[in-house]
Design a binder for this molecule. Structure first.
Ligand SMILES: *Cc1c(COP(=O)(O)O)cnc(C)c1O
Length: 449
């Protein structure tokens, strides 16, 4: 058998140049500090800016009257789709107890598992992109100006207008839920292309909303390429492309503005002496990248963002480590991309997101599926909060960080008592209770071993 080649080079050449690949190929959990992280003021010019984040925030604002009447669960926040920030001291103790490791600083959970409408972080990016597309179409047609009351979008005439247009998306599940739900509400004809690992309940739920669901035997990349092909064959088709979308990214970025307000309300200070650490579950890198992009503009070098990937799907890590971004996939290195972490089973990173994240993020760590289930059970037991397995991956962050050299390298050791850790919990509220009970039981069994 000939040795496998990746981008024309033998595997041995890659592993010699990047020894960490050996550990990744053995599915060992790793903590990688990004050598390319730059100080905020030293960043090279990026293709998007602070102004784009503010524009995205304004667009969410314009649509809020429509969202409030269309999705009653957002009435309490006047049509703003947002989740609570919760301090979780009992979980901090539970983690320290179970792993016999200490860490300093306050621990918070950003509860996107409770995000209205679709119960996952994908509501931020996915809903935003479809709203923006709908707005663009309506303005082009002369049906709308920015000063109008966007409640108009709920009128039958608008629905009829949008029904000539189709929207497609490829997804492991959660993105499909967001795109499908909002597109169907607006009146679009919408098709979602699901990978083999997508859960049956997600397909059922989407079909009940009038969404066309296509299923594929392969993984996420296959669902995306097939979906892209079928969608663009329609001259009035629009494909939401998780592998390269700027609008998804900007939709996510607005979370940073909202988080800043929540921290202010809680009296949490972030400055040179009070560092903020944020741990973000990562699939293609869009949601963690967009949020990091926003946070860096607000807190500059005082926020340190870490992505988390499953040991079986370290796609963004391999993309950044090798510098090849979306030109390499985990499968090229014999890594199987099989994980129970929905939304994180991604073999190839987004090129758009990775380009921006490469100089912004502090690092990436990988986590085994078993740990996700243990953390899920610990979180339920300690704080009575239920999230899906992928959404727990950030909870190991503070412990992992403490064991790494990062704090020393960054001169942060003396500030840790006054630091804040935010774990981004990315999904959960729509998971059927029977599935959730199984996750919990699995975690309990692992904890009892
Ligand atoms: C999609 C998803 C993520 C990761 O977002 P990416 O943009 O793919 O990096 C994390 N958690 C959950 C639950 C998700 O659905």
């Amino acid at each position: 058998m000939t040795e496998p080649h990746i981008l024309g080079k033998p595997l041995a050449e890659w592993t010699t140049k990047f020894p960490l690949l050996n550990q990744l190929m053995n599915f060992e959990p790793v903590f990688w500090v990004n050598p390319e992280q730059k100080r905020f003021n030293d960043l090279p010019p990026l293709s998007i800016s602070w102004k784009d984040i503010l524009n995205a925030a304004d667009r969410w604002e314009r649509f809020s009257p429509f969202l409030a009447i269309t999705f009653p669960e957002t009435q309490g926040t006047d049509g703003i789709i947002e989740s609570p920030l919760r301090k979780i001291p009992d979980m901090a103790s539970a983690i320290e107890g179970h792993y016999s490791k200490n860490f300093s600083g306050d621990l918070y959970l950003k509860c996107d598992n409770d995000l209205p409408i679709t119960g996952s972080i994908k509501a931020r990016g996915g809903i935003y992109e479809v709203l923006k597309y709908a707005e663009t179409l309506a303005m082009k047609k002369g049906l709308l100006t920015e000063d109008d009351d966007y409640k108009k979008f709920a009128e039958p005439g608008f629905r009829e207008f949008f029904s000539q247009y189709s929207i497609g998306v490829g997804s492991t599940g959660n993105l499909a839920l967001s795109i499908g739900t909002i597109s169907a509400k607006l009146g679009f004809s919408v098709s979602v292309h699901m990978s083999a690992d997508a859960k049956q309940w997600k397909k059922d739920l989407l079909r009940s909303k009038g969404v066309n669901v296509f299923e594929y035997k392969g993984d996420f990349s296959e669902a995306i390429s097939e979906g892209r092909q079928l969608t663009i064959e329609d001259p009035k088709g629009y494909f939401v492309d998780d592998e390269s979308s700027k609008d998804l990214f900007l939709g996510y970025s607005v979370a940073a503005l909202r988080l800043k307000n929540q921290l202010d309300e809680d009296g949490v200070v972030v400055d040179k002496d009070h560092p903020l650490f944020v741990y973000l579950p990562c699939g293609v890198g869009g949601s963690p990248g967009g949020i990091t992009f926003g946070l860096k503009h607000i807190f500059n070098d005082n926020v340190h963002c870490f992505f988390v990937e499953p040991t079986h799907s370290p796609s963004v890590l391999i993309g950044l480590l090798t510098g090849e971004h979306d030109k390499v996939a985990v499968q090229d290195f014999g890594i199987d991309n099989k994980t129970e972490a929905d939304g994180l089973a991604v073999g190839r990173p987004s090129n758009f997101a990775t380009n921006i994240s490469q100089h912004l993020i502090s690092g990436i760590y990988t986590i085994e599926d078993d740990e996700l289930f243990k953390l899920l059970t610990l979180l339920t037991n300690s704080e009575n909060i239920q999230v899906e397995p992928s959404a727990t991956s950030g909870l190991l962050g503070p412990v992992k960080l403490n064991q790494s050299d990062y704090l020393k390298e960054q001169n942060l050791v003396d500030n840790m008592d006054q630091s804040t850790h935010i774990v981004w919990s990315t999904g959960g509220s729509l998971v059927p209770q029977s599935d959730m009970n199984q996750f919990y039981q699995k975690g309990q069994n692992l904890l009892d071993q």
